[in-house]
Write a protein that binds this ligand. Structure first.
Ligand code: ADP
Length: 546
């Protein structure tokens, strides 16, 4: 603040401005005894909205209409609150101090007036009151109990919720030790808690919050959650406790526990029942599975029986087919040898003369050959029907191939055509073999008689035998009519006869029988043939040790 000339003059006359300035002031006025303004400082004019010159000489009531100046000569300063009017007419609350100036200007008394805008302060006061009221309302209407105790445990304040919870009147609680609200042993130990806390700072509850039990005036206990905070107010240590009733929560918890237990029991019961049902189900499953198994086995047995039946029916059918085929074949094939026998026997009766012996011999040979033919056909048929019925048993015996070969060659001699030769090539055949000799002999006789039958006079038939370890190999080669290419694949089929052999007697059974014999001995048979050039059959059989 820049001092005006009047202020300098005042200061020269010993006025203590410093004292005034130490107070928070917003304005300084010097007022003459007649109530007219002598001066107004910069702050005063600014606050009131005037320029300094505008206020000089004006009555002080213009700006402070309700101010009563003190009576001159009393000397004591006067303080108070009043309203100041701004130039724009707005009112502002001010506090003021007015006193008679110790000095005089031009021998006239004047007053010094300091004033301060208290609008802010007033507002702060109002705010404080408002917040106090709010706080009070909050405390009074709080659902949770609030109790404030001092460091000796004496209750300083309790809110209505606390009174409701503990069953005491608010006034009854105030001044009492808080331990009346606690059941033993906490009641007895509570003072100790506080002093221990104050001494060591070790917090049992403060700032932590825990669940404790409260004791009502009527002796009933109830659970609550306690939160305690330490408050320092005007140098005094206080503790504020917030009591949150847990009765309902505990009841709900207990109910939940009860319901849970009930549920668990129900679950257990149901599980037991379920286990029972599952067990029954499992058992019936096992039973069912067993039944299914049994049924499957029965079905399999039935199928097997059916299959057996089908097979035996088929065999039956085949056999009857075979028989009828044989009857038709026999009626045809038997005719020629039987006619031969009939005519030759008749002629034999005619050649009675002694010189006709040659003729008789010729007819006897014819008869013999026809009988051999018939025997062969019958033999084949018997073999086949035995094979069909599974009556042929493999009966291995020790014998040498050499021996067997020679026997076969011997038997073949009578079949050879004029000029035909049977050449043998037997190698390593002195060792014993272990096979069914009868079957093997049949095979060789069949193949050799075919070779002789299907080749011409003066041709050669080769019979080769070779033995190596437990394997025998045989080849029967001829220079005969051969087998047409297109017929070769059917050669081992029953009753099959190649197209180029229709004029030669035969039944189509021999090779089929040979193939079956070879199969019985687990051997192999194959052939090479060229029509018009000749045929070679090959055999390979391995036997198991004796
Ligand atoms: P079959 O000789 O009684 O007719 P096989 O079963 O022994 O009956 O022979 C079947 C057919 O194979 C014969 O009819 C013949 O056509 C042909 N065949 C067999 N062996 C020979 C061979 N060595 N040379 C030419 N053809 C043959």
């Amino acid at each position: 603040m820049k001092p005006s000339s009047e202020m300098i003059e005042l200061m020269e006359k010993g006025f203590d401005f410093e004292n005034f300035l130490n107070t928070h002031i917003n304005g300084i006025l010097a007022v003459r005894e007649d109530g007219r303004l002598l001066l107004a400082d910069h702050d005063a004019t600014t606050l009131l909205g005037y320029s300094p010159s505008q206020l000089n000489g004006q009555p002080v009531s213009l700006i402070l209409p309700k101010l009563q100046l003190p009576i001159a000569g009393q000397g004591r300063p006067q303080q108070g609150h009043t309203i100041a009017i701004q130039k724009n007419g707005e009112e502002i609350p001010v506090s003021y101090t007015v006193r008679q100036s110790p000095a005089e200007v031009e021998e006239r008394i004047f007053f010094l007036l300091l004033f301060q805008d208290v609008a802010e302060k007033q507002k702060a006061g109002q705010d404080l009151m408002q917040s106090q009221k709010t706080l009070e309302a909050v405390i009074n209407t709080a659902v949770d109990g609030i109790i404030i105790i001092d460091k000796k445990g004496i209750m300083q304040m309790a809110n209505p919720a606390a009174s409701r919870l503990f069953g005491y009147e608010v006034d009854e609680m105030r001044g009492q030790n808080v331990n009346i609200l606690m059941p033993s042993p906490h009641a007895g130990e509570h003072d100790g808690y506080i002093s221990n806390y104050l001494k060591t700072g070790t917090e049992k509850i403060i700032g932590i919050g825990r669940e404790v039990e409260g004791l009502r005036k009527d002796g009933a206990r109830f659970p609550f959650k306690l939160g305690v905070s330490r408050v320092e107010l005007e140098g005094k240590v206080l503790f504020a406790g917030v009591i949150h009733d847990l009765t309902e929560q505990k009841r709900a918890e207990a109910r939940i526990l009860y319901l849970n237990k009930e549920l668990e029991q129900k679950v257990e019961e149901r599980t037991e029942k379920l286990t029972e049902v599952v067990n029954k189900l499992l058992q019936s499953n096992i039973k069912l599975e067993r039944e299914i198994k049994e049924r499957k086995a029965a079905e399999a047995a039935l199928r097997q029986k059916q299959e057996q039946l089908r097979r035996s029916l088929e065999k039956e059918k085949e056999l009857s087919e075979l028989k009828s085929r044989f009857v038709s074949m026999a009626s045809h094939e038997f005719r020629t040898p039987l006619t031969t026998i009939a005519s030759s026997t008749e002629l034999l009766g005619l050649y009675t003369e002694s010189g006709q012996q040659e003729k008789r011999d010729k007819h006897l040979r014819r008869i013999k050959s026809a009988v051999t033919n018939l025997t062969g056909i019958l033999g084949d048929f018997l073999s086949l029907s035995k094979l069909e019925e599974g009556k042929i048993q493999v009966n291995p015996v020790p014998f040498t191939l050499e021996n067997l070969g020679e026997e076969v060659v011997e038997e073949m001699q009578s079949l050879l055509k004029p000029g035909q030769q049977l050449r043998t090539d037997f190698r390593d055949v002195q060792q014993n073999t272990f096979l069914d000799k009868k079957i093997l002999k049949n095979i060789f006789i069949n193949l050799l008689s075919n070779a002789i039958k299907y080749s011409g006079e003066r041709s050669t038939v080769h019979f080769e035998l070779f033995q190596e370890g437990q394997t025998i190999r045989a080849a029967i080669r001829d220079e005969g009519i051969g087998i047409p290419k297109e017929d070769q694949k059917h050669l081992f089929t029953r009753f099959f006869r190649a197209t180029n052999s229709v004029n030669i007697q035969g039944t189509g059974l021999g090779l089929n029988i040979v193939k079956r014999y070879i199969d019985l001995l687990d051997g192999r048979i194959w052939f090479e043939s060229k029509e018009g050039e000749g045929t070679a059959f090959f055999i390979e059989i391995t036997w198991q040790k004796e």
